[in-house]
Ligand binder design. Structure first.
Ligand SMILES: [Cu+2]
Length: 346
């Protein structure tokens, strides 16, 4: 049977607004996470991961976080400050070790994805530092493929982590050290920059990189979400969407925040194969600081749209207790995993 792909459908005569609904009724669904599915391979479409009305994987199942070695509920508040020492000048030298490792990740119940990771998790560690510090990242490549770490931010050319410049591609069993100043303050990211680039990113080699201003920021309940997706059948389109890798994780178990507490969300989009992604908050609006480089919010809104590599800081307080959704405002992404709840408590 000629696989009826989502891309073909959406590129064809399907009205844009009716696309997702059309797929639900028209595409003969059969998914690896269905109880009666035979195998993960051989599917040409990536339609509904859910049954109508159920914002979860079928049967309410979830993935084995322990076997994966990471849990989205920990990642959302996990900031890696590395280790620090003082340089003779008195400046702080902050160091991390990142290693690339090939690892099978359960990205949906029963769906194992042959990922490439930094430090065994997707996204990689959220690296956090202060503006003006000296940063030293030792990279060890334990993968069977060449990789790099390309940081966003300001640094010398030879520290850019791209093929043919500086250390260039780091071969399997190779290592290198990236060293540069933490500049500028803001929310950045890092990712592998080896060709084919889309594959090296989509396989899981990326993470958030936060440079705090010299004087810090106001106290807040701080969160990080890296918006991503997974192409589980190698058709260069995503079958699954999420923030922090596991779709519906925050629907199953909401992120608990306090009423009236300042929430600061570091939001990064690394989604491959789709041109845009978005974040929408229910029952509230947030101040949006693009790239986190200014103290002055660019807007007060409830939805932001991000291209791949774009990121921003969102700040808000919930005046009411209760459950509030957040999700991509592309309904298709939402239905394929990218949605969650904040549980606001007194
Ligand atoms: Cu790579």
């Amino acid at each position: 049977m000629d696989p009826l792909t989502r891309r073909k459908l959406l590129a064809g005569s399907v009205p844009v607004l009716g696309g997702a609904a059309f797929l639900h009724s028209a595409v003969p669904h059969r998914h690896p996470w269905d109880a009666d599915a035979h195998a993960a391979a051989g599917h040409g479409h990536g339609a509904s991961a859910v049954q109508a009305g159920h914002a979860s994987f079928r049967d309410g199942r979830t993935v084995d976080n322990e076997a994966n070695g990471f849990d989205p509920h920990e990642i959302v508040r996990d900031f890696d400050w590395g280790t620090t020492t003082r340089l003779p000048s008195g400046r702080v030298l902050r160091e991390w070790e990142l290693y690339a490792v090939d690892k099978e990740i359960e990205v949906a119940p029963g769906v194992r994805f042959a990922a490439w990771t930094y430090n065994g998790r997707i996204p990689g560690p959220t690296l956090r530092c202060r503006e003006g510090e000296r940063l030293r990242i030792t990279f060890v490549n334990g993968s069977r493929h060449p990789h790099t770490i390309h940081f966003h931010g300001i640094h010398p050319a030879e520290m850019d982590g791209v093929p043919g410049v500086g250390a260039g591609e780091i071969p399997p069993r190779g290592r290198t050290v990236y060293e540069f100043d933490a500049l500028p303050a803001g929310l950045h990211l890092y990712h592998c920059h080896v060709r084919p680039l889309a594959e090296h990113i989509a396989k899981g080699l990326y993470g958030a990189f936060i440079v705090d201003p010299r004087d810090g920021r106001d106290d807040a309940d701080e969160l990080v979400m890296v918006m991503n997706g997974f192409d589980t059948n190698f058709d260069r389109a995503n079958e699954l969407y999420a923030a922090n890798t596991i779709g519906f994780a925050y629907m199953h178990t909401p992120i608990v925040v306090k009423r009236d507490q300042l929430v600061r969300l570091h939001l990064v989009n690394v989604l491959e194969y789709d041109l845009i992604n978005s974040f929408h908050l229910h029952g509230n609006l947030f101040h949006y600081f693009p790239t986190g480089t200014s103290d002055v919010p660019a807007e007060l809104t409830d939805t932001v749209m991000l291209c791949q590599g774009q990121r921003g800081i969102l700040e808000w307080r919930f005046p009411y207790a209760g459950r509030f959704m957040f999700h991509a405002h592309q309904s298709e992404f939402t239905e394929l995993g990218w949605q969650g709840f904040f549980e606001v408590v007194d």
